[in-house]
Ligand binder design. Structure first.
Ligand code: BGC
Length: 343
């Protein structure tokens, strides 16, 4: 998969302009005034990466036991990244394979039964990024079915995220024309369901400046945070050109980034009255766990201070928190995000 990286990295590089002391002080004041922004109750959140979005990548099938473990570790929410297009007809009415709908329904219900909130998204949809207007009816057709299927699950616990990381031709200029029909398809059966959207390119933190939400009290903003890309994606073969291994976290510029970026969240919250959450944040597992932990801790602390919750990437597969081989959580990662280390 080509995760393009350079665009995401633009966020990281933009930070290289450090704020002078006086501006930092002004930032601290702005921070407090976003405290009144409304937010989704995300709490501690983890992505079920590489499972329903990649047909159980690595061969481990997601099951209810995973949610028992996740809840026991203290998480409140799971983001169920889900591939719908590969399990649906590509012509109208874009019928979703009933077996796939049943499988996803089982997993949503298993998470809900374990007292976890669920963010259910459409994670993988390359045609939408290549031709957003041409595929807007398809996205809406998928959401029409998904929404109808889950209409009786509690609005307070299940949230729909219309798409993941818009990029390429899926620009802010066309976003309203894609969101409009998909949101209408959801609203036909789920008038008050929380619906989540992110901006392009790649939902990076700078997209908050151009992200406009539709006029609907139950639409919520999100963004992703993988900055600095040359740390988090070092050695990742889906990034081109590849970042070399061995970059450690915690440079002066890394620290500046976490001074400069949280105010972007605060500015968004002030502009819209809604607090975004970080839908993905993580570091590749070729990086030693202590370094990953240091990174997660720094990002978690910097953003939760301004009120933004964090959904870490991911439970298993790429950037894992849970290690299927050892049967343990990777050391240091849970405590980095304010949870207890598990025995
Ligand atoms: C992708 C993963 C990837 C991660 C970090 C996610 O959105 O689905 O495949 O590992 O981002 O790049």
């Amino acid at each position: 998969m080509s995760k393009a990286n350079l665009l995401r990295m633009a966020g990281a590089l933009a930070l290289l302009a450090a704020l002078p002391q006086a501006a930092q002080a002004a930032t601290a004041q702005k921070t407090t005034s976003s405290a009144s922004a409304a937010s989704l109750p995300i709490g501690h959140c983890i992505n079920m990466g590489g499972m329903l979005d990649s047909d159980d990548w690595g061969g481990k099938k997601l099951d209810a036991g995973d949610f028992v473990r996740i809840r026991a570790a203290g998480f409140d929410t799971v983001r169920l990244t889900t591939n719908w297009v590969n399990h649906a007809s590509d012509t109208a009415p874009y019928t979703i394979d009933p077996a796939w709908m049943a499988r996803v329904t089982d997993m949503v219900d298993a998470a809900l039964a374990n007292n976890l909130n669920v963010v259910l998204n459409s994670h993988y949809f390359p045609a939408l990024d290549a031709d957003p207007l041409g595929n807007a009816p398809r996205l809406a057709g998928l959401w029409k079915q998904i929404a109808a299927n889950f209409a009786n699950r509690p609005n307070s616990r299940l949230y729909f995220e219309l798409f993941n990381e818009p990029h390429d031709a899926f620009t802010p200029a066309v976003q309203a024309q894609v969101v409009g029909p998909a949101l209408a398809a959801v609203r036909a059966t789920n008038p008050k369901r929380p619906v989540i959207v992110s901006g392009g390119p790649w939902a990076n933190v700078d997209t908050l400046a151009t992200l406009n939400l539709p006029n609907d009290p139950n639409v919520w903003p999100t963004f992703h945070y993988y900055d600095p890309m040359d740390f988090t994606h070092q050695g990742a073969d889906w990034v081109s050109p590849a970042f070399p291994l061995g970059r450690t976290y915690g440079t002066y510029w890394d620290q500046q980034a976490l001074i400069n970026d949280p105010p972007k969240v605060t500015a968004f919250a002030k502009r819209t009255g809604k607090m975004p959450f970080i839908g993905e944040n993580g570091a590749y597992d070729v990086i030693p766990d202590p370094q990953r932990a240091e990174y997660h801790k720094a990002v978690y602390q910097a953003f939760t201070k301004v009120g933004a919750k964090v959904c870490v990437w991911a439970y298993s597969n790429t950037f894992p928190f849970w290690d299927y081989d050892t049967g343990k959580w990777h050391p240091g990662l849970l405590s980095a995000i304010g949870l207890k280390e598990q025995p």
